[in-house]
Design a protein around this ligand. Sequence first.
Ligand SMILES: [Zn+2]
Length: 274
Amino acid sequence: MFEISELSVIAAQMETSLKGKVIAQGSLGNSPHKFVWYNRSHEEFAELCQGKRIGNARLMGRWLGLDFEPRYRMIFGEMGGKIILHPKGEAIPKRYHLLLQFEDGMALTVVIGMWGALELYKQGDELSRAYIKGMATTPLDPGFSQDYFLDLVAGITAKGKRSVKSLLTQEQTIPGLGNAVAQDIMFRSGLNPRRNLQELGKLELERLYHSILSVVREIKDLGGRYDETDLFGKPGGYIRLMDSKRKECPTCSAAIQTMQYLGGACYFCPVCQS
Ligand SMILES: [Zn+2]
């Protein structure tokens, strides 16, 4: 699944490589998929796309908006898979869930893995959509300061018990993060996924804050995680610290443990993370 860092790489690449291109033809794909969310019929989408010019790309957590000028905005949301720009003449995938063919002969395809939203809105209407509406500050926003983070956690712990993994991955409390980046953030901050936020001291909270920022920025700077690809099909350069391939802790060599917790596997070091 794309998380905020990969989408920020793709958004920047869209700005440099897609902006200004005119759509000759758009299609919502040739391969039905139960978990691709569309908000337009095939006919409507094709009609609305035709002749539109690609404008700005904007990042909203795990949601990416791409302007179709005038007046429309394509949304790529909560998705896993591939968003690829194909040079003129390059073969496109046999099965795809979105295809934009540009007047200059280039093409953009989207192939969705498990799930994702591919929706076209009048600019501004996407802000009423569930998950985009009222989105909180993301770790790549300038407002994600240490004070903001400490206030956020104080507000949560005043209401009741919540774990570190829940803070990082549930309810878009910190939009843009997913299971993959959460593993490395918890490892770098030395916290067990089940650890109750109410028990964390100021130093632990500060370490958690800095781990969020450093992991998210490092993944972005390295062009995404190694198991995701960018707009040109190139894998990212960030090697995950904690995933299914990791057998030993990179710090203390203890055997990595796995547990199912809050919608997905957690990989953690029983020694370094408490
Ligand atoms: Zn360890």
